[in-house]
Design a protein around this ligand. Structure first.
Ligand SMILES: Cc1cc2nc3c(=O)[nH]c(=O)nc-3n(C[C@H](O)[C@H](O)[C@H](O)COP(=O)(O)OP(=O)(O)OC[C@H]3O[C@@H](n4cnc5c(N)ncnc54)[C@H](O)[C@@H]3O)c2cc1C
Length: 291
């Protein structure tokens, strides 16, 4: 399959990309790693008239250790983020999620920002951005803004990003001290998109009770979803397998799964609950080890 005709621009900086977007508006698309966009173009699911390639800008990879988290430039490849020592030390759940994305050849080209803007509800990085309370730095030719991850994802492959805006960087917030994480997903084959995934972070207070909880599911609705009902059932409680099993029943409140060629909606709902129990159990044992 071949894409429809398009004109190609190689941006030299993010400002240059914003200028090109302003000039070509709705007919233009940013090209980052091309691992999703080029396939969509080849299938004629996307037919941009202008492609603005940001993979050759000055210093495309940048990962900064900040007081409240780790900032990753959007054009950083998934492979660079996966192996970065700061990411691995401060955000081990993100490093683990990156390892689940496709195969290393794809991660060598695919970018952190591209995955987030692509907003596939089964993707790991949009889910991680909710789990880690991420903030997105967004720029157009005339404006700059910061948007919370929870305001960003609208529905399948659709975000709040406007057609003249570029995602510049993502600040993934570090979880609290004494916290632990868990991440489980089910895919048909290693490297495939997840059919269902669940990620959790738990922190414990001095008495061993749950003082912080985050639970995010992916592959179960039109966007990744935070399961606040599960979190509320954990806060202030002594963590145990029984508590996790009871709390995880509440994932049904956020699961809005559809059947597809792979699995039924019922399967997705059941597996979401099971994976949430496993993610919480892992989070607890890591939190206990950290305390
Ligand atoms: C075989 C295969 C298996 C895969 N498996 C997985 C998987 O298991 N999990 C997973 O999460 N992903 C998976 N992917 C997708 C992969 O992670 C892509 O790299 C990612 O979704 C898109 O990143 P990219 O940099 O290639 O973006 P591109 O394909 O270049 O762009 C994707 C979209 O984002 C826009 N965009 C990109 N960067 C920006 C920016 N900075 N600002 C504004 N808009 C931007 C583009 O205009 C386009 O609409 C898979 C891909 C393939 C080919």
């Amino acid at each position: 399959m071949k894409p429809a005709n398009f004109e190609y621009f190689r941006a030299t900086s993010l400002d240059h990309a914003c200028e090109l977007l302003r000039a070509h508006g709705d007919d233009a698309k940013i090209l980052a790693g091309g691992q999703s966009l080029i396939a969509a173009m080849n299938y004629r699911l996307a037919r941009p008239q202008f492609l603005i390639d940001i993979s050759n800008i000055d210093s495309p990879s940048e990962i900064t250790d900040e007081s409240d988290g780790v900032r990753i430039k959007a054009t950083t490849t998934q492979a660079i983020a996966e192996h970065d020592p700061v990411v691995r030390r401060r955000l081990p759940v993100l490093a683990n999620a990156l390892e689940h994305i496709a195969h290393f050849q794809i991660r060598n080209k695919g970018t952190v920002g591209g995955s987030i803007v692509n907003a596939d509800p089964a993707s790991e990085l949009p889910a991680m951005s909710l789990l880690l309370d991420a903030e997105f730095e967004i720029q157009s030719a005339s404006d700059k803004q910061v948007m919370a991850a929870e305001d960003f994802f609208i529905t399948y492959m659709t975000t709040a990003l406007q057609s003249d805006e570029v995602l510049i960087s993502i600040l993934f917030k570090a979880p609290p001290e004494n916290s632990g994480w868990g991440l489980h997903e089910v895919a048909r084959r290693a490297g495939d998109f997840a059919l269902v995934g669940s990620a959790a972070i738990i922190a414990l207070d001095d008495g061993g009770k749950c003082s912080f909880a985050r639970v995010v599911l992916f592959g179960v609705a039109s966007t990744p979803v935070r399961a606040t009902e599960v979190e509320d059932a954990l806060l202030g409680q002594s963590c145990s397998d029984a508590l996790f099993a009871e709390a995880a029943k509440k994932v049904s409140e956020v699961v809005d799964a559809e059947s597809d060629v792979h699995v039924t909606d019922e399967y997705r709902g059941n597996v979401a609950e099971v994976l949430t129990v496993r993610a919480l159990a892992d989070a607890l044992s890591r939190a206990q080890a950290a305390s």
